[in-house]
Design a protein around this ligand. Sequence first.
Ligand code: ZN
Length: 344
Amino acid sequence: MKITFLTALFLVGSCTTLRYSEKIKNLKDGVVYEQPQIIKSYANTISQVDLKLIISELASDKYEGRRVGQKGHEMAAAFVKNYYKTNSIEPLEAAPNYSQIVPESYLGEKYGTSENVIAFIKGTDYTDEYIIIGAHLDHEGIVEDQIYFGADDNASGTAAVMEIAQAFKLAAQNGYSPKRNIIFLHVTAEEVGLQGSRYYTENPLVPLEQTTAMLNMDMIGRTDYKHEPTDDYLYLIGVNRHSNELKFIAEKANGLATTIDLDYRYGEENESNRYYYRSDHYNFAQHNIPVIFFFNGEHEDYHKPTDTEDKINYQLLEKRSKYIFTVAWYLANMDHRMELDLIE
Ligand SMILES: [Zn+2]
């Protein structure tokens, strides 16, 4: 009797194992990037020359470090809105001026009123579903008479979002519209506690339950202490928190338009830097929306006035932007909603 019982247990055990590996294999095999040449051709419209133009502007004296609630941030918001207008990228119906006001009553007297900037490309097939591609626009402002330019943090992510939007728009104009709606979201008040993104998730302009993924770029133009200036790498954080499928999507994007070393080390649950909790994607993850936080790690100019435009590695930023565009393309066009269960 005992032996039979043990055998039965063993069988149950191995069946479970089989089911796990089969499920994982099916998920992985199911991720297929169709029309890779098309994806590549639009990824290739993202250029370091354009990225440099945007960062040189946003990280210049004129914008005074883009502090939430201050003139510099307002001017930066106007610059971003104008870019979308110029590229014929529409606002959302719910925010016709590309703007979601974040009121002083929410941010507090110390910061005053600010805004999230939002642009939109319409999807053709899954018209009630949305993906969000975002980056915070604000930075530290002027501290003790010194401008904190925030070229890497986060003019780099901002410029990437804008260039990715332009690439999607170009594709749409040539008949390759995304199947899902895409929202380009430039949140404010990240530097004072992720407040702009929290405001958005508490006051969403499209239903959160219809938001199928969120990609966040925060500092993607430099290399960190752990890498050489010439290393082609990018940290992916949060990719394993909601969905096994998302990691396969992220992995298979690599090599399509560009190849970089994907580094998952900061994604672990007990990671001591806690980066997963420290940028805007976190507020979306809280609502069970699959997220990826793209990040280059910390360097000597992190949150210092010396985070300047001349230190950006534009070749690397271009590669990273092309890679993120490729991931976004898949998320916008995949033929089902992402499998949300983590297979244990
Ligand atoms: Zn930042």
